[in-house]
Design a protein around this ligand. Structure first.
Ligand code: ATP
Ligand code: ZN
Length: 741
């Protein structure tokens, strides 16, 4: 079997051809990945010219991140719907490399669940996708490709592009921590966690970059940032601030008034809201999503300017995320910010209609929308109609398919710039028909995840507005106590508190009512997902940090894409790793990689052990431990990775292996008792070795472990970049290479 491994980093691209047929063709695999790291390092050096070692190291890390991201992106875009298809092998490969360590302090998610549950797996991939798409696209862009979602840029690369007049437009988040840039070709780039660069604004102005700042949220830091922008804005001109308020932006005049609304035909089932009145400031805790949607707002406000600039016109946007995270609210806010009408319909309403009605409703809806352009069409629960065609559980649903087809026809029929943008919402993007996600249709996917601590503070502020609060009410404390709550649960909780207050004949909501309300909502949530106590938080943080650090300190291991300790789906926390291109392409995993994987899986439990002592480890790692023994067994019985046992496939009748599939387990020789014992010994040896290596690396990087856990407790999530920064600051020792005991 021959395959291509593309090596890329920064500007350098080259291709390495390798042939191999056996899974134990490890030498080749190693060679390739070394080569790719080296190439990336070279690329990093030439494009940035950092002279010091640290700089080079960071470049190397970044290139490596970019590399793995590219693969994650390429993989997801090609195989986006792999989960619901029967293409189990690809899914297996992806899962193996995008290894997810989701660990629950109380109810562990079984490994089998992780592998078979499309939701969890999709979550992992989505997060990988979300967190990783960016740099990946920097590379895809080199090929002239731009897939959905903005790419992520390094700061230095961004400045470089600005200085070369490659950047057209920049939108800052209200707090000034992130920005979205659009280059001259209309490609979008994202930068998170901006450094404090006093010259940034000057550079932007000098190069005539359009600067927009998102409306400010009630965050303190934002004020000074805004002020710091306003001042030079007067000096340099050419910058306009988007002010919150009637009609939105300064700068260029938007289409002030709305088209007079023609009443929808009476049979029309969709809702039309001429003016939603919702602003971005009403949606809190999803700055990333707002940043991306700002472009849609700009387009709706000034469609002509937008297309004159040659920017790529947005068509369809999919908002995906758990229930109650504010997807509908965001869509309404886009309409509100742009001052355009909002058409909405729910996917499930289509399905309830009589045969033939769905498609004509779609025609109606789009017809009305075009007449009222610019406007937004919002389709809630798009999965109800947008599920893969021909994959219906009850033998397919013609009505649904016709409705879906009609939506596709309408979206394809958008000529040039007709000012209609379709926003769809779903919490099951994994089951969507791929046709929906093609370019020109819903080619932008925006993740709206559960809010982290800061997000919850902001959401609470929104929902405390206009409510009489007692002097003892501390919003930050409420936010600390409500991890795992969505925006809707928080709103619900505040309403409950208000009801308790009224019942108790009080005039102000006090902490007492809020406590009761939190308890009540938590009880409701607990049935669905794991609610997390304060004490658990630190433990989960150490556990996840353990996985991440062992992964990061392992040469050639997959990149950490995101760490979170927000409880979800029964898991206390999750560490996501982005798959690596070589491995995904080939589906081959070297012995070295699998050994590292053992160590990474053990890292969580080990961190607990190191920090709290052996007596205090929790059963939250049972999922990890299952993964460990499964991987180790397979290495010995199926991949012939043991010298003792040799290169033969054995029938290790481990029932239903969700990871590598039965096909690999087939055809093995039955095992004698003595062989079984030998296998057990070998498995134990492998695991013990991995355990030792992971333990050493965690002990020697204790500072990094503490720093990571601390930040996780504070923020609940950590991006790849944030983690890399910690690694760069604290890292001491890499994991030692495998040495047989
Ligand atoms: N980020 C947020 N900021 C402020 N309020 C929020 C936020 N998220 C949710 N809410 C509150 O919860 C309500 C329900 O949210 P919304 O309907 O937008 O969620 P959704 O993601 O569309 O949920 P579903 O998937 O169940 O349709 C909103 O009307 C709002 O009051
Ligand atoms: Zn774990």
């Amino acid at each position: 079997m021959a395959f291509l491994v593309s090596v890329s980093g920064g500007t350098a691209r080259s291709t390495v051809l390798r042939t191999s047929t056996k899974p134990n063709g490890i030498e080749g695999a190693k060679g390739v990945s070394r080569a790719s790291v080296k190439m990336s390092a070279e690329a990093g050096k030439t494009s940035f010219g950092f002279e010091n070692v640290r700089g080079r190291m960071m470049n190397l890390i970044e290139s490596k991140v970019a590399e793995t991201r590219a693969s994650a992106q390429a993989w997801t875009s090609e195989n986006g719907n792999v989960l619901s298809s029967d293409n189990a092998k690809v899914a297996t490969m992806a899962l193996l490399s995008a290894m997810v360590f989701s660990c629950a302090p109380v109810t562990p998610v079984l490994a089998a669940d992780t592998a078979t549950s499309p939701t969890i797996m999709q979550q992992s991939l989505q997060v990988a996708d979300k967190e990783t798409s960016a740099s990946a696209k920097t590379q895809l862009a080199d090929n002239g490709q731009q897939k959905n979602g903005p790419q992520r840029w390094r700061y230095s690369k961004f400045i470089d592009a600005v200085e070369h007049d490659q950047v057209e437009k920049v939108t800052f988040s209200a707090d000034g921590q992130r920005l979205l840039a659009v280059d001259v070709d209309g490609n979008r780039f994202r930068l998170d966690a901006l450094p404090n660069d006093p010259n940034l604004l000057k550079t932007l102005t000098e190069h005539k970059v359009d600067v927009t700042v998102l409306p400010q949220q009630e965050e303190n830091g934002a004020v000074s940032f805004l002020q710091s922008l306003i001042f030079p804005a007067i000096l340099f001109g050419g910058i306009f601030l988007l002010s919150r308020g009637q009609g939105g932006g300064g700068g260029m005049p938007g289409p002030g008034g709305m088209n007079p609304m023609e009443m929808g035909r009476s049979k029309a089932k969709f809702q039309l809201t001429p003016e939603t009145g919702v602003q971005f400031a009403d949606v809190a805790g999803c700055d990333g999503a707002k940043l991306e949607l700002q472009e849609v707002v700009t387009f709706l406000k000034e469609p002509d300017t937008f297309s004159e600039l040659g920017a790529k016109i947005p068509r369809g946007v999919i908002l995906e995320g758990p229930p109650g995270t504010g997807k509908t609210l965001l869509a309404r806010a886009v309409a509100g910010e742009a001052g355009v009408p909002f058409f909405s319909i729910s996917g499930s309403e289509f399905v309830e209609m009589f045969i033939g009605v769905g498609a004509s409703r779609v025609r109606d809806l789009f017809g009305q929308a075009k007449k009222n352009a610019p406007c937004i069409i919002f389709i809630d629960e798009i999965d109800a109609v947008g599920r893969q065609r021909g994959a219906g559980i009850a033998g397919g649903n013609d009505e649904r398919e016709q409705t879906l087809n009609q939506i596709l026809v309408e979206m394809d029929g958008f000529e040039g710039n007709n000012g209609v943008i379709v926003i769809a919402a779903t919490n099951r993007a994994d089951i969507l028909d791929q046709a929906l996600l093609r370019p020109g249709r819903f080619d932008r996917r925006i993740i709206v995840d559960l809010p982290d601590f800061k997000g919850r503070v902001n959401i609470l502020k929104v929902h405390c507005r206009g409510k009489p609060l007692g002097p003892d009410v501390d919003i930050e404390m409420i936010a600390r106590r409500t991890p795992g709550f969505s925006g809707a649960s928080l709103q619900n909780m505040m309403n409950e508190a208000a009801i308790y207050t009224a019942r108790r004949d009080k005039t102000e909501i006090s902490m007492e009512e809020i406590d009761d309300a939190i308890e009540r909502v938590t009880l409701g949530l607990e049935r669905k997902s794991q609610a997390m106590s304060e004490e658990n938080k630190e433990l989960v943080a150490y556990h996840e940090a353990g996985h991440a650090i062992v992964g990061a300190m392992t040469p050639d291991y997959d990149q950490v894409a995101k760490i979170t300790i927000i409880p979800r789906g029964g898991a206390g926390g999750v560490t996501f790793f982005a798959p690596n291109e070589d491995r995904v392409d080939s589906g081959l995993y070297s012995k070295q990689f699998l050994e590292s994987q053992l160590a990474v899986a053990l890292g969580g439990r080990l961190a607990e052990e190191i920090v709290y002592g052996e007596g205090d480890v929790t059963n939250g790692a049972s999922n990890d431990l299952q993964q460990v023994s499964r991987i180790a067994r397979q290495m010995i019985t199926q991949f012939g990775f043991s010298e003792e046992i040799g290169q033969m496939a054995l029938d290790d009748s481990d029932p239903g292996n969700p990871f590598l599939g039965r096909q690999m387990a087939q055809g093995g020789a039955p095992m004698s008792m003595s062989l079984r014992a030998q296998v057990d010994d070998e498995v134990r040896r492998l695991v013990k070795n991995a355990y030792q290596r992971a333990r050493t690396v965690l002990l020697e990087n204790r500072d990094l472990l503490d720093a990571t856990a601390k930040l996780l407790v504070e923020n609940e999530t950590m991006s790849s970049e944030e983690f890399q920064r910690l690694v760069a600051t604290y890292e001491k020792v890499e994991m030692m290479p495998y040495s047989p005991l």
